[in-house]
Write a protein that binds this ligand. Structure first.
Ligand code: ZN
Length: 174
């Protein structure tokens, strides 16, 4: 459960003003997963953790606490991951271990397939992290629900938009 920081304040505002719309919106904090940098990966743990925290707390994210999970950045080839050019897995999710693996390459190099559908490196990071965490939350792969809708974050591969429009978030603003 997310921690609603100022629910009492909001209730007070409701009573005071007599209108819910007058109550200021208070941000909900969601706990991020534990972030780890595997041996041989040259990334700054604090910098990665800050970015993961941003993804988890963005209103377009999963909107749940994720601190029961671990997110580990690994070299391609570790734990079933592959390099980007081998049409494989830049991320993997291990339900039994509550563990998501993301390759260092996925974090540092914008892949050609992602770039081809209009993505940025930031998008690529966001998609792969929230996609793999989505698997740990129990979400399977889904196809594009209808032409013109935003592509679900749980699509099978970043470049398979079908007839959907580009998106990397679980709850994109429409
Ligand atoms: Zn997947």
């Amino acid at each position: 459960m997310g921690v609603v920081v100022a629910s009492l304040w909001t209730l007070a505002g409701f009573a005071w003003n007599g209108a819910l719309s007058a109550a200021p919106q208070q941000p909900v904090r969601y706990a991020p997963p534990a972030v780890e940098i595997d041996t041989g990966v040259d990334l700054d743990l604090a910098e990665v953790a800050v970015e993961v925290d941003w993804m988890v707390n963005d209103p377009r994210g999963w909107r749940v606490d994720l601190d029961q999970f671990t997110l580990r950045i690994v070299e391609p080839g570790i734990g079933g991951t592959t390099s980007m050019d081998s049409k494989g897995h830049i991320g993997m999710a291990y339900d039994a271990e509550d563990l998501a693996l993301i390759t260092e390459e996925a974090w540092t190099v914008l892949g050609p397939r992602f770039a081809a559908v209009g993505g940025t490196l930031q998008d690529q990071r966001t998609w792969i992290v929230l996609h793999e965490l989505g698997h740990l939350l129990g979400h399977p792969h889904v196809d594009c629900p209808a032409a013109g809708q935003m592509a679900p974050v749980m699509r099978g591969a970043n470049f398979e938009l079908g007839d959907c429009t580009y998106n990397v978030w679980p709850h994109p603003m429409s």
